[in-house]
Design a protein around this ligand. Sequence first.
Ligand code: ZN
Length: 429
Amino acid sequence: MSQKEIQSYLERLFPLNRSLTGNGNRASFNIVKEIIPLKIKEIPTNTKVYDWKIPKEWNIKDAYILDKNGKKLISFKDNNLHVMGYSQPINKILKWESLKKKLIYLKENKNAIPYRTSYYDKDWSFCVSKLQYEKIQKSQGPFKVLIDSQLTNGSLTYADYIVKGKSKKEILISTYICHPSMANDCLSGFLLTAFLAKEISKKKPKWTYRFVFIPETIGAIAYCKLNEKKIKNIDSGLVITTVGGKGKFGYKQSWNSGHQINKDIESIFKTEKIKYKTYPFSIRGSDERQYSSQAFKINTATITKDKYFEYKQYHNSFDNLSFTNGDNINQSLKLYLKLISKIEKWEIFENKMKTCEYMLSKRDLYSKVGGAYKNSKKNLTHSDMIQWILYLSNGKRTIEEISIKLKESQKKVKEISLFLTKEKLLNEL
Ligand code: ZN
């Protein structure tokens, strides 16, 4: 892949009107399908997903504000951020006093159009820059206000793509697709994930990779619900977002800061001599909120380049193609690829006996004379190592993590793990 290729997709996808649902999402998936063979799926409106319900499908044809003389002051066709996401249809003549209550603008940047949504509260609004707000205020009313939108019983569109590996063990890689013309927030992650999937699919990987493209929150919740059994078996992954800004790299840790994936990301930044910011896990953020919930507890980390919440273009019209470009996304993609090659080197074993311990003595792996107890403060004995490795090998911990826990070399831990595999007590994943 080249930054030019990424750039050309960025330019094609940027103008589309994406949201939680609707034709803009389908059109975006159809473009990304040129990169990877996405499986596009639909969940009908009103489907119950845990505590949530799939909302109505939202589509919009046009929207504008006209002055008394029919002059267009604001047009959806100039910028799709002008209409608050999920706005109800409206066709009214309003005086300034009423209209101004339905105009959202940012006080701190007079040129920026804010990005706002109202998915679950029936409402409508126009988002305008402060300059546009002042212009409307000075114009002659009453104003004709039209939002030609539709909320219908349709469906929520999502997509996934599974790259089968030698092992059945899955790594989850998730990105959200629900923002309209926002380049860094949403689109950069969406595109990077597609190119990452393409690279991983070029040769059979060790692990199986599940790429998930969903609208944020409701999409992730629905995906967990529809694939509950599979998702419950996943313990590591990535949520990819905001990877294409001009500024600094950073990474948001997964819920267990000691997890291998966090260590690997830090080691990449160090080897590449990249300055980075660490964001500890927080329940504010993206779809790691769902994947880290109690039933799933997946360690999903995020490498970012201008992380959401942290840059001044965040959720306004300045998060555009002069802020985000193919080159920035490509820089992040290279880091993600380095991370994948580290993940591919993970060595993970699983104790086949889930219910209590093996009887080691009958296998000659434990002293046959009971009662002796040696309080060895120094190194672990061979027999201790066997018991610890069996105890810690849960199909999730890597050899590296176990060796750190036991303060023993990786070489030694691996040797014993392979021996226990030969003895049919462990499985190598
Ligand atoms: Zn956002």
